[in-house]
Design a protein. Structure first.
Length: 455
């Protein structure tokens, strides 16, 4: 037992839930709160090497925690066979050394574990009634001796799960009889494949846990899943850990637009064409900006254009993210469609107005300014709140939130064009060095572009 545990429990303390939570947090902080300690799997007396991720149910109540080793260790491990065994041994050893049953209370512990390491003798010392072992097989078949060991440990009270995308491995059907859970890893592209969905659907008795939920869109895709329905009982990921965001309004996307983008990626269209397609739906564009600028990606510079989104995410990640978005898409109201069309047209107009005078980079930021200017109406929340998750360039933020800065004149001009206020159009055009004819040509091109992208 480490010195930390000895210090925490040397004196008898009041066994309250708050005390237990404080001790649990000291022994295994939340993954996004962890620091970076020197790497040492053996000499870890001074500090815990564990961290955890919260698991909640459909009532938004914390029902468990997934335990893992800290990034300061895992990021420096080459996970060959020997190191994976060492990882699993260290993880189980740390859990056994904690008063886990008392700290968890009525909650459960989820532990990902290499299937081949299931013969670790320390497993018998875990609080069986509160532990779920998720077995990882990779591409390996399910050996008969592993099935027998699972059944032995199950008789002792341990519960077991597998990763959904490994369910079609040879021998998994025999193991399924001893399973309690299936984990849907949203970072794995095969999680929503037809074979996996069919396998899971046929085994209705298994409880589903959605993991690696890192954005609202990922959460909505599994909460309203057209494939798994309300069978998904538990949710885990960085987005879940910040549950204050759950109840915020969220604009929906149109499935046909998502399918169009997926088709563009499959056909390997050029970056410019793909960027134009991304810009054709302001809601998708907004959701992508929010995700790519989230702290989880840790970017040093904010992303503000469709081209940057493609370069940062890469096409494979973009395809996976859009696939998730497809499952959360719903039918828009007529009002939604009106605001989306207005935002799209305004964005293109502002981009056109800036093309010759400011250059492509600033024109792209003016498109962003126009696209975001109606997010308050689309999301049904104040604009400052809607834009809070985004890391916006200063000129965009100033124009939208403070009605000042170098881009605000372009937003004013776009609004004047929409209202057909010829007096204000001419006055703003004169101050910006643009004739009314130039402005109206930009408007005509924007109308043609908007018509083209929607047909």
């Amino acid at each position: 037992m480490s010195h930390l545990i000895q210090r925490l429990f040397a004196e008898k303390s009041v066994n309250t839930e708050l005390d237990d939570f404080a001790q649990l947090n000291a022994l295994s902080p939340r993954r996004d709160d962890q620091g970076f300690e020197p790497f040492d799997l053996v000499a870890h007396d001074a500090k815990s090497i564990l961290c955890r991720e919260t698991i909640v149910n459909r009532e938004e109540k914390v029902v468990g925690h997934e335990f893992m080793l800290k990034k300061s260790i895992t990021r420096r491990i080459f996970l060959g066979h020997a190191m994976r065994r060492l990882y699993d041994q260290a993880l189980v050893s740390q859990l056994v050394g904690m008063p886990l049953a008392r700290l968890l209370g009525h909650r459960f512990a989820l532990v990902n574990f290499e299937a081949a390491h299931i013969f670790d003798p320390n497993l018998q010392f875990l609080p069986a009634a509160q532990c779920v072992l998720v077995l990882r097989f990779g591409e390996e078949d399910v050996a008969a001796e592993i099935i027998e060991q699972v059944r032995r440990l199950q008789h002792a009270g341990l519960r077991f799960g597998i990763l959904a995308h490994e369910c079609i491995n040879t021998g998994m059907s025999q193991l399924a009889e001893a399973l309690d859970f299936v984990v849907l890893d949203l970072q794995e592209e095969w999680t929503f494949s037809a074979d996996v969905v069919q396998w899971v659907t046929e085994r209705w008795q298994l409880q589903l846990i959605a993991c690696q939920i890192d954005s609202r869109e990922a959460f909505e895709s599994v909460w309203h899943s057209a494939l798994y329905g309300d069978r998904i009982a538990y949710f885990q990921g960085t987005f879940i850990s910040s549950r204050g965001e759950w109840n915020q309004p969220s604009a929906q996307v149109i499935r046909s637009q998502v399918l169009l983008l997926l088709d563009c990626i499959q056909r390997e269209v050029g970056t410019h064409a793909l960027a134009e397609a991304l810009k054709s739906d302001p809601v998708i564009f907004y959701k992508l900006l929010r995700m790519v600028n989230s702290p989880a990606l840790g970017l040093s510079q904010p992303v503000s254009s469709a081209e940057q989104i493609i370069n940062v995410l890469g096409r494979d990640s973009l395809y996976r993210w859009l696939s998730l978005l497809l499952f959360s898409a719903e039918t828009h109201t007529v009002n939604d469609l009106h605001f989306m069309d207005a935002a799209l047209l305004r964005a293109r107009l502002m981009e056109n107005l800036a093309q010759e005078k400011l250059g492509p980079e600033q024109a792209s930021q003016l498109f962003l300014t126009g696209a975001l200017s109606l997010m308050d109406a689309l999301l049904q929340q104040p604009l400052p709140q809607a834009l809070q998750p985004l890391s916006l360039p200063d000129p965009v933020r100033l124009a939208l939130l403070e009605r000042t800065g170098p881009y605000f004149a372009y937003l004013q001009l776009a609004l004047a064009v929409e209202r057909q206020d010829r007096t204000l159009i001419q006055a703003l055009g004169d101050s910006m060095g643009m004739s009314t004819a130039q402005i109206l040509r930009c408007r005509s091109e924007a109308l043609l572009w908007a018509e083209k992208v929607h047909h």
